[in-house]
Design a protein around this ligand. Structure first.
Ligand code: ATP
Ligand code: MG
Length: 352
């Protein structure tokens, strides 16, 4: 019996509704497979913030460091600013545990209408750099209250940072169509982006058998909506990857399906797995949130923990359920969050 301890941060809003359902699915999938998941549930997030003035306690990083992975729901509340949730929780976790890869698979499901003409089949993996680049805290504001008021912010790209994200992207591409698109903007951003292009090309050259296409981010955005079938693996900087992954995920249908992994690939520190969606205050408390993004994130977690077969089974199960139309209202169905979870568990049993 292998045991993995998992830090559970359900967070706020629908995070509290989809998390228990995903946990039930993961427990059902691991039960007869010799794997036990030891859930360490924490009540951190916006409610914690309103009671204590911080999103999580001072020893939170230490507490999570002693576990094998972090399973996150969603954090955010209308009364708590995005800056608080991001810089008080998500960014400190990513940085403390050096989760330098943000991995976002996006694919279409039969029967789920995309917002793109012709309903193209989409199967893309976006590999986003997660700890440096445009989202540095280096900068400032000057001359406030004068006509010369100004703001400036540095992007910071390191050779080490680009090499390791490109190396990870090459690995992903090797297991797929061996075609890698690198998002760039070296015609307009003339210092960091040519450096990005150079280092990515070096890494791809060393790998030998991967075809590299460097595409300007504006053209890539257009291509992602006009011919997403031409894309397989995309490697992108922090900002470009952020925008592009929402763009592609938005194109396939509900934001409620998409998962995201914040990886420390070598496993020196715990990695974090979460759905792409937020706390969705507009539908929270109604029991109708789509749990598939959280369940898929759980499958990615099991894959990372060394259980690819269980991950495959979970993915096959929710795919069958979604494609049969057993879905929540965001996908045009009538099922509740819990009913979708029960359908996935029944499908897992049926596939055995
Ligand atoms: P946050 O500030 O926490 O990021 P948000 O409102 O910016 O929240 P989301 O929570 O992602 O962003 O919600 C965007 C829209 O998508 C909302 O209308 C929400 O109801 C819908 N939505 C998000 N997640 C789901 C889900 N799992 N199931 C159904 N609808 C969802
Ligand atoms: Mg949001």
């Amino acid at each position: 019996m292998t045991t993995h301890t998992i830090s559970v941060l359900a967070g706020d809003g629908i995070g509290l509704e989809v998390m228990p359902v995903a946990i039930e699915v993961l427990d059902a999938a691991t039960r007869d497979a010799g794997v036990r998941l030891d859930w360490r549930v924490q009540d951190w997030g916006s409610d914690y913030y309103r009671a204590h003035g911080t999103m999580m306690p001072a020893d939170a990083i230490e507490t999570m460091a002693a576990t094998d992975a972090i399973f996150l729901g969603a954090v955010g509340h209308p009364d708590v600013s995005d800056v608080e949730t991001l810089w008080g929780m998500l960014i400190p976790i990513r940085r403390a545990f050096d989760q330098y890869v943000n991995l976002r698979p996006v694919r279409s499901f039969a029967g789920v209408r995309s917002s793109l003409a012709g309903d193209p089949e989409i199967d893309v993996v976006i590999v986003r750099e997660n700890v440096e680049g445009e989202y540095s805290a280096v900068g400032g504001r000057s001359y406030q209250g004068t006509p010369h008021e100004a703001a400036y912010q540095q992007s910071l790209f390191t050779r080490h940072g680009i090499e390791r994200i490109a190396t990870y992207a090459v690995e992903v591409a090797s297991g797929r169509r061996k075609h890698l698109v690198s998002a760039t903007k070296s015609n307009g951003i003339i210092h960091t982006m040519p450096f990005w292009d150079e280092v990515v090309a070096e890494v791809v050259d060393r790998a030998g058998d991967i075809e590299l296409e460097s595409v300007l981010i504006d053209a890539l955005a257009a291509r992602a909506v006009r011919s997403p079938q031409s894309l397989d693996v995309i490697v992108a900087s922090n900002l470009f990857g952020d925008i592009l992954s929402d763009l592609v995920a938005g194109a396939v249908g509900s934001i409620g399906i998409a998962p995201s992994a914040n990886l420390n690939p070598a496993g020196e520190h715990p990695s974090m797995f979460e759905p792409v969606h937020g706390s969705a205050p507009d539908i929270a408390g109604r029991g109708i949130a789509n749990p598939v993004g959280q369940i898929w994130a759980g499958a990615m977690m099991l894959r990372h923990l060394g259980h690819p077969q269980i991950a495959d089974q979970i993915e096959a199960a929710f795919t069958a359920v979604v494609e049969r139309g057993e879905v929540t209202p965001d996908l045009g169905g009538t099922l509740s969050t819990r009913e979708v979870g029960a359908a996935v568990i029944a499908e897992l049993a049926a596939q055995r």
